[in-house]
Unconditional design. Sequence first.
Length: 305
Amino acid sequence: MEKQIISLNKVEKRFGKFQALKDITFTVNKGEVLGFIGPNGSGKSTTIRILLGMLKKSGGEATIFGKDVWKEDTEIHKNISYVPGDVYLWPNLTGGEIIDLLLRLNGQQRTHRTEELIEKFQLDPKKKARTYSKGNRQKIALVAALSQEAELYIFDEPTSGLDPLNEKTFQEEVLKLKEAGKSILLSSHILSEVEKMCDRIAIIREGEIIETGDLVSMRHLTRMELTVETRNSLDDVEQLAGVHKVDFSDDTHQRAVLSVDREQMTQIMDFLAEKQIINLISTPPTLEDLFMRYYEKQGADSHEA
């Protein structure tokens, strides 16, 4: 059995009459990157604040390293590294001074690794924090967090404000942590970011976990996209079981883009073969497809289709 680093079981959080979290249940195993995804306001940050001991849960159980996150938070924090989505810094300190301070607060100090990260993230550590943009403030937190030796890294919207080059640098550093056997909880609404780094994902919607699993097993829930050109008209393709969306790209209806269910792929391919295929491109479903399916206006019922 895999060692569980984070464990949440039926965690709830209420603010007065408003229930922000309902029965939140998921785990993060040793050496695993779990993507915690959902739009802003879905409950991601509230869940993370409970894990960090910043908020007291209203019900359920939450542990890190087998320790209660509220009662034993001081002990837990010795072995975790955290980056929030909104970073607030001491305005009169330089970036370098803040990095040193953050490291010392966790009983650690600047190393060659710190210098390497400063260079990789293209950060000027000599400027006062008050002059930094949001992206540069985020870099400060990332350099400090990634410099630390920890067993668990928690990132809450960590690339907010970063340019694409620095996003790529962050992704590379997370994969290095994974290779080193570290555990990572990555909260994000950037689906491509999650897809590149995560072993499993947990989708949260309006304070509830609506799906968890690895990307391979969850992709079967989404439809394949076929771009096809045939010698004969595809007029009747819309009548096939498993075909949900057809976009014709010519007046003869010999070229089309189809959205199809994997389970019906054999019958669909037989049909296309009869139409004499000229070109065929299949596009596997992405995490974006899965995510959007859960967030259609119809809500949770939408994924019955």
